[in-house]
Ligand binder design. Structure first.
Ligand code: DAH
Length: 346
């Protein structure tokens, strides 16, 4: 019993309130442990009663010492807590602050902002619009023929698709914003439209049902393909570096005529050929072209007076090429190990 008492006294001496996390609660726990009804003191007093008389004197003194030590410590703790708690007695102002994990911008937002800034420097403003669109803005005004595959359930998420009614769908591209802007603004028009788009695709490393695009539109008198080409070259160099070269390949989109796809020289191998560019030295970047006169007319713009160019790019693809991201799914999983790799890009 003597050793037990000595051990408790050591324990009391060694107790430091600085080591307590929830101080008020832990002080109370400490008090109950030693001085509570079922606490250490009472337990020892019970044992004390059963001792032979010749041991009682020595143990009595030891027990009193232990009790005094416990009382003194509780008193000390209570004074400390009272002094350090704030006015309403709920917060201990001396506790170290909690560690707050700092967030950072998502790599897609960073990329989208960067694209917007590059275009802002040559006078393009940002337009945003609805994600649930009607058939007119999504397809018809953009010169899509009635049997185009994009109008098929297989490619598009329809919200409403009823015989004889205007179809409503989640937008499959940001080109719809072109129509909205041309219907409501007179040229000169110089806008980009960043935003989310939706397609009925199985999710894999290379495809996702939700992704992001940035559309650009420039309509004015005498806009030519040369303006488009110069804008593309400027954009490619700003986005991927001064050494970047571009090439245009003829292509087809219903809303542009002529249409092209732009490649940039591979920013990984510098054009020599590597596994990213599949040995070609070129990377496909975006679609573009001169706005089809049918589209201008559908939006109420006189196609004899005005011409324009448009282009559209995938943001995920831009970021993939710029930061060498291999799997589209990483963007949406919110795995901190992925997200924190972009803490230092702003
Ligand atoms: N809307 C097209 C797509 O989603 C991208 C595009 C191509 C936009 C050519 C354009 C363009 O403005 O001129 O694939």
């Amino acid at each position: 019993m003597k050793e037990t008492i000595a051990r408790y006294i050591e324990e009391i001496k060694a107790a430091h309130i600085e080591n307590f996390k929830d101080r008020a609660a832990e002080v109370e726990q400490f008090r109950v442990r030693f001085l509570g009804r079922k606490g250490v003191m009472n337990e020892l007093f019970e044992k004390f009663k059963a001792l032979p008389n010749d041991q009682k004197k020595e143990m009595g003194i030891a027990l009193n010492e232990l009790k005094a030590a416990a009382l003194a410590k509780v008193e000390e703790f209570k004074n400390f807590v009272e002094e350090k708690m704030d006015v309403d007695n709920t917060h201990d102002l001396t506790l170290p602050a909690d560690f707050l994990q700092q967030g950072s911008r998502h790599v897609l937002s960073v990329t989208m902002n960067e694209i917007a800034e590059i275009f802002a420097r040559i006078g393009f403003t940002v337009e945003e619009s609805v994600e649930i669109e009607d058939d007119w803005h999504l397809f018809s005004a953009l010169n899509f023929p009635p049997d185009h595959p994009a109008r098929d359930m297989q490619d598009t998420f329809f919200v409403e698709k009823e015989e004889g009614k205007q179809e409503i769908a989640l937008r499959t591209h940001t080109s719809s914003v072109q129509v909205r802007v041309m219907e409501t603004h007179k040229p000169p028009i110089r806008i980009i439209a960043p935003g989310r788009v939706f397609r009925n695709e199985a999710i894999s490393a290379r495809a996702h049902c939700i992704f992001h695009q940035v559309e650009a539109l420039y309509v004015d008198k005498k806009v030519t393909f040369a303006d488009l080409k110069q804008t593309l070259l400027y954009f490619a160099k700003e986005m991927f570096g001064e050494q970047t070269q571009i090439r245009l390949r003829p292509s087809y989109f219903p809303f542009t005529e002529p249409s092209a796809e732009m490649d940039i020289s591979c920013n990984i191998c510098g054009g020599k050929g590597c596994n990213i560019c599949k040995g070609t030295g070129w990377l496909e970047i975006l679609g573009c072209g001169m706005v089809d006169p049918n589209v201008l007319e559908a939006c109420g713009i006189d196609s004899k007076e005005y011409t324009g160019f448009a282009l559209g790019m995938g943001v995920e693809r831009m970021a993939m090429l710029k930061y060498q991201i291999r799997d589209l799914r990483l963007y949406f999983e919110n795995d901190l190990r992925f997200l924190h790799q972009f803490d230092n890009i702003i």
